[in-house]
Design a protein around this ligand. Sequence first.
Ligand code: SF4
Length: 493
Amino acid sequence: MSVINLKASEVQTREARLGSITGFAGTAGELVGCARAGTLKESERSFSQCMGCSSGNAFCQFSMIQDAIVVNHAPVGCAGDFFTFNFVYRVGQMERDLSPVIGRYFSTNIEEQDTIFGATQKLADTIRKAYERVRPNAIFITTSCASGIIGDDVEGVANDLSEELGIPVIACFCEGFKSKIWTTGFDAAYHSIVRKLVKPPEKKSNKVNVINFWGSKIFDELLNPLGYEVDYIVPFSTVAQLEHISEAAATIQICSTLGTYIGAALEQVYGVPEIKSPPAYGIAGTDRWMREIGRVLDSQGEIEEVIAKEHERVLPKLEEYRNKLQGKTAYLTAGAAHGHALIALLQELGMTVQGAAIFHHDPIYDNGDVVSDALAHAVNTYGDVPNYNVCNKQAYELVNILNKVRPDIMIARHGGMTMWGAKLGIPTLLIGDEQLSFGYQGVLNYAERILESLDNKEFVINLAKHSTMPYTKWWLEQDPFSFLRSDLDVKIY
Ligand code: SF4
């Protein structure tokens, strides 16, 4: 279990805190075994095509707080993905029945001479100008490789400006070069929120925190009848809402990769219990998750009634979907915990998971408990998965494996990955809304979407006929892990 230290201005990286890795090839069971035995080692790549950045992941969480603004203390190139955050924010607001306002994001535009003379004055000026324009209720500063390398005193500027403007001005240390695991940026954002924004509880409330990205509001239906209100955090929340999340009755995580740090921080620092269970994907996972909710919220009786009712409603329909999907094969690429949950979901539907390219692996979460390990749950409940690759979006590995296993469908969680399946003529399903497949209804939703994709192959078949692939025939014939140094003897099945 990691110890949450709110006195430190920055959070430790996932590599240092949890022993997380970005390189592995083997089976899912072998990965779980290594993680449990404490023998998990990073398999280094001698060639890397691309990487994500912690700063972007931190920014993504702040960029959707309704009444806050974000100042990226960085060269303007680091702001290249502002438009994506704004797009997701605007679409997400509509899904949450909010008026779609534009995101308020600013860059200090660190230039060459600033890297010599320092850029703290530029940062202070940017914050003042942004405050005059927007009058937000909080300002978050995200740092960058450049601000970290020149050693700007970002914390000092934030503290001075907080006093001057009378609102929280909060530094978030998320320099891209510090961690190979870009989800360290989520932890950095949450560390700064818990450290500088969340207030100690004055009373206990009937709220339940749901740590999520965006997507549909599915938790009200379950929790309102139990007498609880839902606070969806952090995207689409307000500064005032975040100040009081320490008063909640419990914290739910839609994905442990996203919420491991803030869930543990709220429990350790303020005693808000975290729901510790595999996430509710697939029937077995949902049953366990529901029972844990019932235990923590002292609503066991009501929860057992919901489980019985939902089984009666969902299981016959699930059987119909299983009959249609039996024997179909799938390959998956996604972030860690959500990818693990989808493996369980696909197996629940009777499909054969031929492999997965999952962006990183946390052998343990911040709360130290092993029950929440969604991959262990999938392997123990449904069986092992071959061709399991921890792969931080190295497209060359993905394309090579896909070309060899040729699944009936490829499932992707991130937009940029879908084209690889389509270019090979493999039907590819992208679902960005994690809530769509959550819980009992989620199993049926997902089955329906898979069947729709399998029924509409013409588009990808034609696309493949007219596409070119940047990878040569030579590469596609090689071992996909030629550039990955692994201790395991890996075979592609
Ligand atoms: S913070 Fe560093 S890694 Fe991230 S976008 Fe900027 S330069 Fe690139």
